[in-house]
Design a protein around this ligand. Structure first.
Ligand code: TMP
Length: 395
């Protein structure tokens, strides 16, 4: 198989979700060189040196999908659609996190796989049939033995975190009924390139998928995409509806349209990625200048949403605790800790932005609408937001 051609170097980066406790501040953090490459044969875009899953997804994982109204609504709507369209009697979710999706189904119907045992405990406590396991061949065989085949598998923002895609699909093949449906939801490469959201790349996001990239893997395992939805979630995601080839379900026109859009934009050409890398460099310069200018006027900037994505931005642009006073975040496991690499304190979101705050850097830019709605008071008193996508600006 051809090798990746690197097109973007995001420098030395800490583990994106490794929020630092106060007593660990003096320790040297482990950093990893984050380079992004494209494989022109498979069209898959990925980071060059993935870190072991065990280091990233363990019993200290802080992310909770239930922390966003947008995500909860999206999962709820999908569960309604899934029940109506596919009428599944057994559902498996890979990467069930704290249960925002499986909660919409009867406990008898769903199985969840979640490798971060601190998060998996939450759903187990609620009485769901969940397992603290990574998605691999061994897990699939164990599941088959215990629960039999399933007719619907869903996985949001998880498959792109798994290095060995061959094993992912071989394992899906084992547990998915021949007439079953596999739904993958992940950030869209096309949107990432268009919106210059280079922060979609961090050590957990091993891949940022396009339809053409996904199809190159599916082909090997006798799967095909029969429908695709473009979602606003996470700044632009795709929901791929996949089936086994022997299943005669009709292929929706959306698949052809998406493939055309991606090819027209240049997803299969190296020059597209080289241009993207140049835009990313220029974005860094612009964003840093915005911070320096505001700082020189003695105005106060805080961050909103200490996201894994913002770890990439802050470390790449070298924006640290001299430029951002603190972050607010609703996730308990991030509060009273410090941002990886840049050591900016993270506080509990109290529901009110302090009066002396002039600017908010939107770490959770992917929930912009939800946050703007929540922060009407801040906006009304003249407060401004700093955002890096599609170009760094103050809004
Ligand atoms: P994500 O972009 O990786 O999903 O992370 C979003 C982070 O932003 C998560 O830590 C929760 C936080 N957040 C807030 O603090 N306030 C909000 O209103 C929203 C939507 C998210």
């Amino acid at each position: 198989m051809k090798k990746n051609i690197n097109f973007l170097d995001l420098g030395l980066q800490p583990l994106a979700n490794n929020y630092i406790k106060k007593n660990q501040l003096i320790n040297k953090e482990k950093k990893y060189r984050l380079k992004i490459g494209v494989n022109l044969k498979t069209k898959l875009v990925s980071i060059n040196k993935p870190i072991s899953s065990k280091i990233m997804f363990n019993n200290r994982y802080p992310y909770r999908s239930s922390k966003s109204k947008t995500m909860i609504e999206s999962f709820k709507n999908l569960s309604i659609l899934v029940n109506k369209k596919f009428k599944p009697n057994k559902i498996l979710e890979i990467g069930s996190n704290d249960g925002s999706f499986i909660k919409n189904f009867s406990k008898k119907k769903v199985i969840g796989i979640e490798p971060c045992s601190n998060v998996e405990k939450i759903t187990k406590k609620m009485g769901f049939n969940t397992y603290p396991k990574y998605w691999n061949y061994k897990t699939a065989k164990q599941l088959l033995k215990k629960n039999g085949k399933v007719n619907l598998i869903y996985s949001a923002n998880t498959i792109s975190h798994i290095k060995n895609l061959d094993e992912v699909f071989k394992s899906i093949n084992i547990v998915l009924d021949d007439h079953g449906v596999f739904i993958i939801e992940d950030p869209s490469l096309l949107e990432c390139l268009k919106k210059n959201t280079y922060d979609q790349f961090y050590n957990e996001h091993i891949y940022v998928f396009s339809l053409v990239g996904i199809e190159s893997i599916l082909n090997k395992y006798n799967f095909e995409v029969f429908h695709i939805e473009n979602l606003k979630i996470h700044g632009g995601s795709n929901r791929y509806f996949i089936k086994k080839k022997q299943n005669k379900r009709k292929i929706n026109l959306s698949v052809k349209i998406q493939r055309k859009k991606e090819i027209k934009y240049g997803i299969t050409k190296l020059s597209t990625y080289r241009k993207f890398a140049r835009r990313v460099k220029s974005s860094r310069k612009k964003l840093k200048n915005i911070f320096i200018k505001i700082n020189s006027k003695n105005k106060k900037i805080i961050g909103y949403g200490a996201t894994a994505k913002s770890t990439t931005i802050l470390n790449y642009c070298k924006i640290n605790n001299n430029l951002i006073s603190y972050f607010v975040d609703t996730t308990k496991d991030k509060q009273n800790k410090y941002t990886p690499g840049t050591k900016i304190p993270i506080f509990k979101y109290s529901g009110l932005i302090e009066k002396n705050v002039d600017f908010i850097f939107l770490g959770a830019w992917n929930f912009k609408e939800e946050i703007f709605e929540k922060e009407k008071k801040f906006i009304k008193r003249g407060g401004k937001f700093i955002i890096h996508t599609p170009v760094p600006k103050i809004i």
